[in-house]
Design a binder for this molecule. Sequence first.
Ligand SMILES: Cc1cc2nc3c(=O)[nH]c(=O)nc-3n(C[C@H](O)[C@H](O)[C@H](O)COP(=O)(O)OP(=O)(O)OC[C@H]3O[C@@H](n4cnc5c(N)ncnc54)[C@H](O)[C@@H]3O)c2cc1C
Length: 307
Amino acid sequence: MRESFREELKRLAGDGVRFEEPLANHTSLGVGGPALAMVYPESPEQLGAILAFLNGADIPCLPVGNGTNLLVRDGGYRGVVICMKRMAGIRIYPVRGNEALLRAEAGASLAEVVSRSAAAGLAGLEFCAGIPGSVGGAVTMNAGAYGREIKDVLSGLIMMDRTGKSSAWPCDRLQFHYRRFEPPIADGLITTAVFRLAPGDPEAINGRIKEIKDLRRRKHPLEHRSAGSVFKNPAGQPAGRIIEETGLKGMWSGGAQVSEKHGNFIVNRGEATAKDILTLIETIQERVERERHIRLEMEVVVVGEDS
Ligand SMILES: Cc1cc2nc3c(=O)[nH]c(=O)nc-3n(C[C@H](O)[C@H](O)[C@H](O)COP(=O)(O)OP(=O)(O)OC[C@H]3O[C@@H](n4cnc5c(N)ncnc54)[C@H](O)[C@@H]3O)c2cc1C
């Protein structure tokens, strides 16, 4: 990497930059080679300056939140990873009529947003209980569970383009699909999300959160590293059940295994590589296509290069 590039990134990101950072340390699957650099912007101004520099130097960049839906290949990512974790402010506005707005920066954890809204007696985000992502990742993935999705509670977004310019987007101008968001600006980064919540009974809200977390503990292999559901559910049936019926539960490749507890989870049993996980993914897709004539689509986002 050119020295001038390193120096400029250090100048812009201060102590929030690491070079050749292994991404296995930043993904819930615990696999993946290094990024050219990883930066941790602390404000929209700093983020804007970093983006403008990278854009001008034609260096690719990848925003990440908690890395809980990411599979990074073993050769790593030859660009700059922008970790949003230091932009994590949350603010709750007073109730007006029948709603209250909660504004969260992209790096705020969903867990924190869920517990802050519950503590304020606001309902709407309970379905996110136990989803281990950040706000930016949850919006990008249109994260969902138990019949609800992020788009159902979103009021609007602030996004930044690759030149560092911010713009506000009300929800009715945004397009969401099943586990997918179409950014209105090419390669736009989410910097802030505003959620529309409703006043509710704190006991009922906390009860629902507890119920959902208990259900997740029973159904999901939370004792092992994973990225949650690997595949989207094809119309009408859960991918996990199809994988189970195809007899693939429990199958190994190197240090990766199709979870014995939930067919749609691939778990890292200790020493897995991205290649091990990708081998299982391919095997599942081929077998399901051959036996059930269904092409399972990926929910997990795969980035980077093979080693
Ligand atoms: C045990 C477990 C259970 C899970 N259960 C669920 C579930 O029930 N429902 C569900 O939907 N998901 C679930 N997930 C998957 C994951 O937690 C969600 O998709 C989550 O919303 C991802 O957030 P993240 O911050 O980790 O995103 P990351 O993995 O960091 O990123 C995911 C994608 O979003 C992009 N991105 C991240 N931040 C930004 C930003 N600020 N601006 C633009 N793009 C951005 C990344 O580039 C990447 O493409 C689960 C995962 C695990 C490990």
